[in-house]
Design a protein. Sequence first.
Length: 96
Amino acid sequence: MQQEISRRTRSALPRDLNQLHLALLRKWFWARKPDAGFLLEGFPATLLQALVFDEWLEARGETLTGCFSLDPLSAEPVVTHYRTSGLLRVALPAAA
């Protein structure tokens, strides 16, 4: 019985983490008021998430004002995407 419950629970979840993150953020994004500002930390975490998020923004006629990175020289695809878009901002670490 426990194996059956576990199997059904797993099959009800999105197959990968990208889908899970996108499903959670999609619900929030489309439910929020149109001109409400927001700050997201850790999203988008993949290039796929960044591209989907760009599509959502375009569909609502909204734009980002900037994206912050602690490592702006990173070759990570998400950082490169926002650097190429001209949205990358440098987040300076707090002074010790």
